[in-house]
Design a protein around this ligand. Structure first.
Ligand SMILES: [Fe+2]
Ligand SMILES: [Fe+2]
Length: 474
């Protein structure tokens, strides 16, 4: 498939052959840039950043590195190569030809799914817009901006689908994607996690580890869609998304590594001593983790959901890696949920598998989250420390689904509202924790230097050394 990198809007969808669509998107482009200047990264737009840009989807072109000023980044429209004769892989239409156009009866549902996904992309850029000022190193500053420009590209990916396949409604939705803003009282972003401010780098790493990983699972579900252009769009986005989770995974690991160094140096793990030495104590890291993990779990939706069942039945949204399942109809199977029994205990209930699809995806997400925990705990283990980081129970602090607003402890044991209130400071970041973490946030912009609360990365980006000048600030 040909890539038109030098068009005003780089693309591999032969945009030039559809003048109306091209003009509509060229009209949206300055609005996007306006949004970027107004709500994208604050300052740094004149800096030269060592960024990865997709110029095509093949192995040679999808990751082209070089210095770019962020507003000059070439945001393009790239879809994974089409699969010949792709068939629908699940649901009631299993085995039929995938759709190249939107079937009328699924138009509004598909539009809603695309808008909801699309809304998260610029939302995260807005949430992170002030972080550049407090980056712990030039390496981290570059990674932040890489994530930001790619979320911008993901917005482009969704806007392309809206413009190309949903006519006037789609164009209006594309405008609204730039009108809602993270945390805005009147026009907030659609999903609540994307209205949480991200004002420190520990939160940023938690967000890229836990919330971008939710993104990965949503994209994997949509990559299974019968609507082929959506599937191909999501498949290519996933290649970029992997780096965002890498930033979170290694970021949290580096914070823990630095804390271990300070624990060794002072021969104690006392949080007060850790803070005096300028490190982030392990219990604080755990509380941040509890917050972002529980918040990200809500993004998967209700554990028993008739919407999820109809998305699956109609082939709109599948299970990640659907080919790994034996039964692609999932019409006869059941799934067991553990639900609050209303008397302070837990009861099991079997529900039809299709209604449990959100839960099925959430469960594989939780398993994926555990991998990072293994790596971080290895650092503690190798240093001879007994402490371990852990994921709280998926029932903890939920606001969506059967466990919404049911107080539990970290093990998911239902407790009274009084006990939850009394123990919150043990489980979730306190004002004091946040103030302390914020007090550490001071930009380190000297080449090769690293803030004192985080260890350097193992290696640099694209085989460059760690002390490479990843951002030229001038
Ligand atoms: Fe994204
Ligand atoms: Fe992302």
């Amino acid at each position: 498939m040909e890539s038109n990198y030098h068009d005003r809007i780089p693309n591999n969808v032969d945009l030039g052959s559809n003048r109306t669509l091209q003009r509509a998107l060229e009209h949206w482009q300055p609005e996007f840039l306006n949004w970027w200047h107004g709500l994208g990264p604050s300052d740094f737009n004149a800096a030269e950043v060592y960024l990865r840009t997709a110029i095509s989807v093949d192995t040679k072109g999808w990751a082209t590195f070089g210095y770019v000023k962020m507003p000059d980044y070439r945001w393009g429209i790239f879809l994974a190569e089409p699969e010949t004769d792709r068939k629908i892989g699940f649901g009631d239409n299993f085995g039929q030809a995938a759709w190249q156009q939107v079937p009328g009866e699924h138009r509004s549902t598909l539009r809603r799914l695309i808008v909801t996904q699309g809304d998260t992309e610029p939302a995260s850029v807005e949430q992170q817009r002030l972080l550049g000022h407090t980056a712990p190193s030039l390496y981290d500053l570059r990674n932040l901006f890489q994530v930001n420009v790619e979320e911008g590209r993901h917005l482009w990916a969704m806007v392309y689908l809206l413009h190309a396949y949903f006519g006037r409604d789609g164009r209006e939705e594309a405008e609204e994607l730039l009108e809602r803003h993270s945390g805005d009282a009147d026009k907030p972003r659609i999903l609540s996690t994307f209205n949480e401010p991200i004002s420190d780098w520990l939160s940023f790493y938690m967000f890229t580890y836990f919330t971008d990983r939710d993104g990965k699972f949503q994209l994997k579900s949509l990559a299974e869609s019968s609507f082929d252009p959506l599937s191909r769009t999501c498949r290519f986005m996933l290649t970029e998304e992997a780096h965002h989770m890498f930033v979170g995974d290694t970021g949290i690991g580096r914070v823990i590594k630095r804390t271990i160094e300070v624990m060794k140096e002072f021969g104690t793990d006392d949080p007060v001593a850790m803070r005096k030495a300028g490190a982030i104590d392990l219990p604080t890291i755990q509380r941040y983790l509890n917050f972002w993990f529980s918040s990200s779990l809500d993004l998967f939706g209700g554990d028993s959901s008739s919407n999820a069942a109809s998305y699956f039945a109609n082939g709109l949204k599948g299970r990640p890696d659907e080919e790994r399942y034996e039964d692609h109809l999932a019409a006869e199977q059941a799934h067991t949920l553990e639900l609050p029994d209303g008397k302070g205990g837990v009861r099991s209930e079997q529900i039809p598998m299709r209604n449990a699809m959100n839960e099925v995806v959430r469960e594989s997400y939780v398993r994926d989250c555990e991998k990072g925990l293994g790596r971080w705990n290895k650092l503690l283990e190798d240093s001879g420390y007994p402490q371990r980081m852990f994921l709280p129970s998926p029932r903890f602090r939920r606001t969506v689904g059967s466990w919404a607003n049911i107080p539990t402890d970290l093990n998911g044991k239902p407790i009274s509202a009084e006990e939850f209130a009394a123990r919150q400071t043990e489980w979730l970041p306190t004002e004091g924790d946040r103030a302390y973490v914020r007090s550490l946030m001071k930009g380190v912009f000297e080449r090769g230097k690293m803030a004192g609360w985080i260890a350097p990365p193992e290696r640099g980006i694209n085989t460059k050394p760690i002390d490479f000048e990843y951002v030229l600030l001038h």
